[in-house]
Design a protein around this ligand. Structure first.
Ligand code: NAD
Length: 483
């Protein structure tokens, strides 16, 4: 498969191990963002489909097969799933290119990354232990890390496979079952995970994947009366409505929301390395990454130098359909492109200086946005506060370290932050003060599958990745026995 027309024309939902049409027979068209043309159709999941999927997940959760599966067997299942996913590697890379707008290189990276998650959590399945609490010789007391039951997971379009798979892995190794609502804009790679689940022998109903519109299938899942747990990754606005639904039923949530993450450049930083890292941090996947480094806070003494190099880097990037091997591909939709362009116009009206980019790329049919750099940005401007979710970086000057920390912390978000310096003491000091779930020193996204990831403030709560993530999928149960 090397072209969009090779993508399978129709994909069904995966419920109770079966491939099924939407309950009303309706379909959702999926668009190739690099051309604006229809790519394929997927079954449109409705509230009735969510009902069936939750019932299947519940039945599996209650089954002897699931309840009696030993922790090391659940771990082995994740290893088999990772192995089976290998067979879908080429197709995953291509569908990520065509429905998501990823570059082919990034699409190819999705499988090794997803396998890392599956094997990492598979390896931990038999290492989750409770504790014994000493209450004297007449009592035996111990704790169990118990699953919640049916875990409802709602996934955004920008990284559906690794984001979905890491939540599924955490849920399964801790003994939960899953209903996942895949993103309507880029659902395809998760169907390939579902196919791998069948090949790997994941019990029927343990993983159900339903695509549907957010307001329809997503809202029905979040409000379903028989789910026990919610993992939501997406925007703050949608996160609020999911939390309201969860509050009605008092069920726990993991919330992975947006970001407006800032990197501070100190005068002693290696400028070339800093610019390379900062450019990667904002232009990768056209800035459609929740932890993108969308603000650069630069010491006045190196400001001009950093800005000139950053602009040169932005202008050197090849914006092209992912399949053609460009550096960055399109935004996900016309709506997202319009939103990013509109925010750029706001920046100009606010008095920031647009140094490069600022609008869609001419001469391409899809939803391509030019890599954009704004300078003379004040921390209180809308473009320094609102998430673009596009390839737009705002550069803000500072004089004093305290001022830089204040600027970095001065948004509603707290997902990631970074700093560039050769001074290790300064790095420690500033890292301690930054209000963010992850802090990167001298390399944006320093970290990996093993490092806990998640938000502070409006960026959410709970953690994905790392050992900490598993704690979001279990509840402590205490057993006291009078001997
Ligand atoms: P979104 O909130 O619009 O959609 C996310 C998911 O929620 C989709 O599956 C959508 O169908 C569903 N949804 C929409 N309305 C719903 C409703 N009323 N009830 C239930 N579900 C509903 O977000 P998006 O535009 O797909 O993704 C971009 C956002 O996600 C950005 O803000 C980005 O920062 C954030 N994000 C965060 C992380 C993280 O780990 N923190 C990762 C990726 C993306």
């Amino acid at each position: 498969m090397t072209k969009a027309s090779d993508v399978r024309p129709y994909w069904k939902n995966f419920i109770n191990g079966e491939w099924v049409d939407g309950s009303e027979g309706a379909r959702i068209p999926v668009t190739d963002p690099a051309t604006g043309l229809k790519l394929c159709e997927v079954a449109r999941g409705t509230a009735a489909d969510i009902d069936r999927a939750v019932a299947a997940a519940r039945a599996c959760f209650n089954s002897d097969e699931w309840q009696n599966m030993l922790p090391h067997e659940r771990g082995a299942l994740m290893f088999r799933l990772a192995d089976e996913l290998e067979k879908a590697a080429d197709e995953v890379a291509l569908v990520e290119c065509f429905d998501n707008g990823k570059t082919l290189a990034n699409g190819r990276g999705e499988i090794p990354l997803t396998q890392r998650y599956l094997r990492y959590y598979g390896g931990m399945a038999d290492k989750l232990e409770g504790r014994q609490i000493p209450l004297g010789s007449g009592l035996l007391d111990y704790t169990i890390l118990a699953p919640y039951g049916v875990s409802a997971q709602i996934v955004p379009w920008n990284g559906p496979l690794p984001v979905g798979a890491r939540s599924i892995a955490c849920a399964l190794v801790t003994g939960n079952t899953v209903v996942l609502k895949s993103p309507e804009d880029s659902p395809l790679s998760l169907y390939l995970l579902a196919e791998a689940c069948t090949r790997a022998g994941v019990p029927k109903g343990a993983v159900n994947i339903v695509c549907g519109y957010g307001a329809e299938a997503g809202a029905a899942l979040a409000a379903h009366k028989d789910i026990d747990h919610v993992v939501f990754t997406g925007s703050v606005e949608t996160g609020r409505s999911v939390l309201r639904a969860a509050a009605e039923r008092i069920i726990p949530c993991v919330m992975e929301l947006g970001g407006k993450s800032g990197g501070i450049v100190f005068p002693d930083a290696d400028i070339d390395q800093t610019v390379e890292s900062a450019a990667n941090g904002i232009f990768k996947h056209a800035g459609q990454i929740c932890s993108a480094g969308s603000r650069l806070i630069v010491h006045r003494s190196v400001y001009d130098q950093v800005v000139e190099k950053l602009i040169a880097r932005a202008e050197s990037l090849n914006v092209a359909p992912g399949i053609e091997g460009g550096d960055l591909g399109p935004l996900i939709s016309e709506r997202q492109l319009e939103r990013v362009e509109a925010l750029c116009r706001v920046g100009v009206e606010e008095g920031a200086t647009l140094r490069t980019g600022g609008s869609r790329t001419k001469g391409l049919d899809g939803y391509f946005m030019a890599p954009t750099v704004f300078t003379d940005v004040r921390p209180d401007m809308i473009i320094a506060q609102d998430e673009f979710f596009g390839p737009v970086v705002v550069v803000i000057p500072f004089e004093e370290t305290e001022e830089a920390i204040e600027i970095a912390n001065g948004t509603d978000y707290g997902l990631a932050a970074g700093l560039y310096t050769r001074d290790l003491s300064l790095a420690h000091k500033v890292a301690n003060r930054l209000v963010a779930g992850q802090v990167y020193v001298n390399q944006w996204w320093a970290g990996g599958v093993e490092t806990p990831f998640g938000g502070m403030k409006r960026s959410g709560f709970g953690r994905e990745k790392g050992q900490e993530a598993l704690l979001g999928y279990v509840q402590t149960k205490n057993v006291g026995i009078k001997l």
